[in-house]
Design a protein around this ligand. Structure first.
Ligand SMILES: [Zn+2]
Length: 310
């Protein structure tokens, strides 16, 4: 990449209506389909939508982007992207870049997604209490220490901040032991985790159909860890899992989205070694000077608060 790219990238997660096939009674909220559609209308007034192929060519220096270029990206490879997003983008003759997790059909949910289901079912105090009951005394001490640490980062002024505080404890400090423990809690409170996961993530037929319909795919790791929490060998294994999966899905070189937008110094090198030419963060920036640090705006935040750039 020779010159900085003037590129607006929008990031989406769940796009669903209550009770539709993607939400499936889980109670997990997302951007409403109508909100997504009207945001696309607004974006279309001020931007030229581009595809991952366009962005890749610009990064490789083969062809510049049009002015006011905008790329739509979707994280986590959830069913919403097939049921709702693909249908809408195809009708509008648009393309999206979908950062899906590398998942096998018989695997359960990743830790953050287990937490989404359990939070929707039990609420914040209910989930915290249920976890606390399952911890031994050593784990309780670590839980308490971790909570204290994140209290500085997430002063509990709103429900969102309190949720982020608990999520940080669960997804970072206690992530290793909590994964099986939350699996048990999931079975007790919700049902079969594997069955849920099968209907929650995109399957290979849906991915194929989306790809044939002009959609693009990128990597988002295997288990959705915080990259600044795991060691370098684990980071490489997570990146390699994405590369192995993308071999059969998308033309190389690929794009990657850091799970939670979490960065580490060695990630660009590791990504480059495994066939990735770009990586997307959750930092809000519109002028992209480093292809392994491309900023994105959160579509849900734009819908909630508006944005001077849109
Ligand atoms: Zn994600």
């Amino acid at each position: 990449m020779n010159d900085p790219l003037e590129l607006t990238v929008i990031m989406y997660h769940y796009v669903r209506d209550r009770g539709d096939e993607a939400e499936a009674g889980s109670g997990i909220p997302g951007m409403l389909v109508q909100t997504f559609e009207s945001q696309l209308d607004d974006l279309a007034k001020q931007h030229t939508f581009v595809t991952w192929s366009d962005v890749r060519m610009a990064i490789l220096g083969n062809r510049p982007l049009p002015s006011s270029a905008c790329l739509l990206t979707f994280d986590d490879g959830v069913l919403d992207h097939y049921i709702n997003v693909f249908r809408i983008l195809r009708r509008r003759k648009l393309s999206g870049l979908f950062f899906a997790l590398e998942r096998c059909e018989n695997e359960g949910l990743t830790l953050p997604h287990k937490i989404h289901f359990l939070l929707a079912k039990l609420g914040l105090p209910g989930l915290r209490d249920a976890i606390w009951e399952k911890l031994d005394s050593v784990q309780r001490e670590r839980f308490t220490q971790a909570e204290k640490k994140y209290l500085l980062r997430y002063p509990p002024v709103s429900l969102d901040k309190r949720i982020n505080l608990l999520k940080s404890v669960l997804q970072r400090d206690l992530s290793t032991e909590l994964n099986p423990l939350l699996g048990n809690l999931f079975e007790e409170c919700i049902g079969s985790e594997k069955e849920t996961a099968r209907n929650y993530y995109l399957n290979s037929e849906q991915i194929q159909e989306m790809s044939a319909g002009g959609m693009h795919f990128g990597g988002h790791s295997h288990s959705h860890p915080w990259f600044d929490w795991i060691d370098s060998a684990t980071r490489e294994a997570e990146i390699k899992a994405s590369a192995d999966w993308l071999q059969v899905v998308e033309t190389e070189p690929w794009a990657f989205a850091y799970p939670y937008g979490s960065l580490s110094i060695d990630a660009p090198q590791l990504l480059q070694a495994h066939g990735f030419v770009a990586a997307f963060t959750t930092n809000t920036q519109l002028r992209q000077t480093d292809p392994y640090f491309i900023g994105r705006l959160d579509g849900e935040e734009i819908a909630k608060y508006g944005h001077r750039y849109v």
